[in-house]
Structures are given as structure tokens and as C-alpha cells.
Design a protein around this ligand. Structure first.
Ligand code: VGL
Ligand code: ZN
Length: 203
């Protein structure tokens, strides 16, 4: 069984949002078309409380995009984004959510960030995505969404570590930093993951 994972296609990561990914909206028609080819579609949703430590606003004297250490891990400080219950945290109205069976939320603990749909960045707590996918006999996951160099990348790495085959659909994602995505792609491939184009999936 194959599953399509839609990663964080939320207003704050789209043009006009608090942490807009350049051209993030370009993926939406592709994501909607891709869904026709999958019997299982799940989504992740970045879902932060206002005291989240990934926000620069919660560190006196720090600015967005500075890097600090948090729980022994490198942490990029972000603009406030995806605040629980706000329009910025909502899925874009343009994304077809009718086939999405389950939404896995992440980033609720104020003390640690959570890029991956499977675990927080310290691998301390699971979201339940692995067990869910295994219960559906999924062996291959296809990834689309935002951002390519953060949440898509970390989700792909964890998928591989959990023993799934992982395919990142390159034209169905966009990066915060293109250089960051080049590194991420090399790492994904070195771990056995694959980069694919949507036209190889869409019939
Ligand atoms: C993301 C930065 C902070 C993402 C989430 O969805 O890629 N990036 N929170
Ligand atoms: Zn976040």
C-alpha cells in the first residue's frame, strides 16, 4: 500500500503568510491532481502554542532566522507561525481535503520543535503516524507539501528510518532555501530515498 503524505500546506507557509515559502502556492494544483492516484492520503499540520520556543518572539533580543541551541539541538528561530486555531494554521482553502483520512498535528510542545510528521526533532515523542501507516499496511510513502528543506525533509528521513520506502515529489514541494533543499536531497538519496516528478505518478 502506498500513502500520500501532505505536509503542512497551511496558510502561513503560502504567499502572504507569516513564514511564506517562495512559490509555495505553485504546488497546490499538483497536490490536488496527485491525490487521484492514492487510496490513502494523510496530512500533517504545524500547530504551535503562542509560547513556542521556536518563535524568535519568545527569546529576548533574538531575531527571526537566528540559530540558537534548544534541548541540545540547533534551532532556527522562526517568525510566529501556525498558531493553534488561527487562519494561518488552517489548510489552504485551495487544497482539496476531501480524501484526507487523518490529520497528524505536531509542534504542540513549547519546549521543542517538530519538523517531521513522525517525531519531534529530539525523537522523544511520536505522533502515531508510523503505527497508523503500518495498520494500513503502507510500505511506500510519497511526500508533497512545505517546506522542502524542513518539514518535508525531516518527514522523509524519519519515514526511511521507520522502514518505509520514501519518494519526495520534487515539483510538489518548495523550499525556504534552495541551497538547503539541495543538501536535503543529497541526504535523502544517501539514505535510500528517491526524488520523483509528479508526471511519473499522474496518469
Ligand atoms: C516548518 C519551519 C517551522 C515547515 C514548520 O513546515 O517546514 N518550517 N515550522
Ligand atoms: Zn513550525
Amino acid at each position: 500500500m502506498k500513502a500520500l503524505l501532505l505536509i503542512d500546506i497551511q496558510n502561513d507557509f503560502l504567499p502572504g503568510g507569516a513564514l511564506a515559502v517562495p512559490e509555495g502556492d505553485a504546488i497546490i494544483p499538483i497536490v490536488n491532481k496527485l491525490q487521484e492516484q492514492f487510496d490513502l492520503v494523510v496530512a500533517t499540520q504545524d500547530w504551535h502554542p503562542e509560547n513556542h520556543k521556536s518563535f524568535a518572539s519568545n527569546h529576548t533580543g533574538k531575531s527571526a532566522f537566528e540559530v540558537i541551541e534548544l534541548q541540545g539541538l540547533e534551532q532556527v528561530l522562526w517568525p510566529d507561525h501556525c498558531l493553534q486555531g488561527t487562519n494561518g494554521a488552517a489548510f489552504s482553502e485551495a487544497v482539496d481535503m476531501r480524501k484526507v483520512e487523518v490529520i497528524f498535528r505536531k509542534g504542540m510542545s513549547p519546549e521543542i520543535d517538530s519538523y517531521s510528521g513522525f517525531y519531534d526533532n529530539g525523537h522523544l515523542k511520536s505522533t502515531g503516524l508510523t503505527d497508523y501507516l503500518r495498520s494500513k499496511e503502507v510500505t511506500e510513502v510519497y511526500l508533497a507539501g512545505l517546506a522542502a528543506d524542513y518539514c518535508v525533509y525531516f518527514t522523509a528521513k524519519d519515514a526511511l528510518q521507520e522502514g518505509f520506502k520514501a519518494f519526495v515529489i520534487e515539483d510538489a514541494t518548495r523550499a525556504i532555501s534552495p541551497e538547503g533543499f539541495d543538501k536535503a536531497k543529497a541526504d535523502i538519496e544517501s539514505k535510500g530515498g528517491k526524488l520523483v516528478q509528479s508526471h511519473t505518478i499522474i496518469k
